[in-house]
Each structure stands twice: as structure tokens, then as C-alpha cells.
Design a protein around this ligand. Structure first.
Ligand SMILES: C[S@@+](CC[C@H](N)C(=O)[O-])C[C@H]1O[C@@H](n2cnc3c(N)ncnc32)[C@H](O)[C@@H]1O
Length: 222
């Protein structure tokens, strides 16, 4: 299969939902949830990146400060232009040499097996096609490569999962296409990853719909 060009990826990125306002209020809206454990979770996940590293759906760059300084390369992708603007500003003020590419998770313009680590946090809830995005993550990782992730997911409690199903549409309207009811761990496992080092957790100080979390390291199986 031919790998997409950066132009083709940017064209596909046009369908990402967002606005200047959502990009502006993203960090303040997440502030309490970040203070209540998410920032520490990001640090623990992102600081394990090694070698050549790619992040998908990097948003405003809340993970950026946690990347080790000795990576062999860091590429940040983000499809939504207002988020990408804020990301660019954050990266520019750091003075680090980082490539920022406009691309969706479903169409990554990179060769097969080109990264040791892929990072994705709170992004498979929002991509249009999570299975296609996971297939792309799998493709661009080297064999045995690490996919470091934090995702809010469908609850294991039937009662809360029913609410997540009922509220998924209105939640998505409020949160730029975010889905609160995806069974993301099963999708990652079905996509060819060992998820034995992926743990369940709870996100504190956020609405119940997005409290159930998974986080950790998924390893690409051959
Ligand atoms: C909830 S935000 C998370 C941002 C960041 N990863 C974080 O942890 O703060 C979801 C992000 O996914 C991006 N996004 C939307 N559609 C996407 C797609 N198809 N592929 C990759 N990212 C996408 C959004 O623009 C937004 O930046």
C-alpha cells in the first residue's frame, strides 16, 4: 500500500471538528482535571517515550513538556488548525527541534515501521474511525514498538455505560465530536497489540461520563 503524502493527510484532516474558541478554552477547561491527577498521568506515560517518537492528536501540547530531551526525533500530529496553532506556539517557545504535521490518526503520512514510540492521549475518543487510527499506529510502529496511551473509555458498569450511550450525542456536540462510550481497550487489542501493561483508572474532577480511563503501554505484536 502507498503511504499517504503530507498533502493528502492535510486534506483528510479538514474533517476534524473544532473552533478558535474550543482551542482557546481547552487548557483552562482541563485545568482542574489536570491538577487532579491527569498531569501526573501524562508525565508518567510520556516520559517513557524513547527513540523516534510520534504523537497523534497532540492538541494544544499538554504532553509536550514531559518528553525526554534525548529522543531520536519527535513528530507531533494534529488535524485541527486552531489546536495546531496553539501547539506550534508552545513548541516554538521551547526552542526544541520538533516537526508538527497536520494529519488525522486515520491517515498518517509516515513509512511503515518508522517510529519506536507512538503517544496518544484522549484522542481515540475523538477520531472519526478508531479502528483505522489504531491500524495506522500499528503500521508506523516498529515491531515491538510501544504505543503509550491514556484514553477515557466505556464504563464496565452497565448502568454508567447505558448513560454513556444515551448521552453520547449531546456530549459530542459539547466536546467537538468526543465519544464517551467507546470500548477502546478491545479495539487496541484487536488491532494487534499486547495490552497486558494497560491499566484501568478513574479521572477525578471531571463529569462521570468521562471518568473511566485506561492508561499504559500497548506493545505492537508482529
Ligand atoms: C480531547 S483533545 C486531546 C488533545 C491532546 N491529545 C490532549 O491529551 O490534551 C482531542 C484531540 O484530537 C484531535 N482530533 C480530532 N480528530 C482527530 C483525528 N481524526 N485524528 C487525530 N486527532 C484528531 C482534536 O483536534 C484534539 O486536538
Amino acid at each position: 500500500m502507498n503511504v499517504a503524502t503530507k498533502e493528502q493527510a492535510a486534506e483528510r484532516a479538514e474533517s476534524a471538528r473544532g473552533s478558535k474558541l474550543s482551542a482557546l478554552i481547552y487548557d483552562p477547561a482541563f485545568w482542574i482535571g489536570e491538577r487532579a491527577g491527569m498531569a501526573e498521568r501524562r508525565r508518567s506515560i510520556v516520559s517513557q517515550a524513547m527513540g523516534s517518537t510520534l504523537e497523534i492528536g497532540a492538541g494544544t501540547g499538554l504532553n509536550f513538556d514531559y518528553y525526554p530531551a534525548d529522543l531520536d526525533g519527535l513528530v507531533l500530529t494534529e488535524p485541527e488548525p486552531n489546536m495546531a496553532d496553539r501547539l506550534r506556539k508552545r513548541v516554538a517557545s521551547s526552542g526544541r527541534d520538533v516537526e508538527i504535521v497536520r494529519a488525522p490518526g486515520e491517515l498518517l503520512p509516515f513509512d511503515d515501521g518508522s517510529f519506536d514510540t507512538v503517544v496518544g492521549t484522549l484522542v481515540l475518543c475523538t477520531v472519526e474511525d478508531p479502528a483505522a487510527s489504531i491500524a495506522e499506529i500499528h503500521r508506523v510502529l516498529k515491531p515491538g514498538g510501544n504505543y503509550m496511551l491514556i484514553e477515557h473509555v466505556r464504563s464496565e458498569s452497565e448502568r454508567l455505560a447505558r448513560w454513556q450511550d444515551r448521552m453520547n450525542k449531546p456530549w459530542g456536540v459539547l466536546a467537538d465530536g468526543c465519544n464517551c462510550n467507546r470500548n477502546t481497550a478491545s479495539l487496541i487489542e484487536a488491532g494487534g497489540f499486547d495490552i497486558s501493561a494497560v491499566e484501568d483508572d478513574r479521572w477525578r474532577m471531571v463529569p462521570p461520563l468521562v471518568k473511566p480511563l485506561i492508561y499504559g503501554r500497548a506493545v505492537k505484536l508482529a
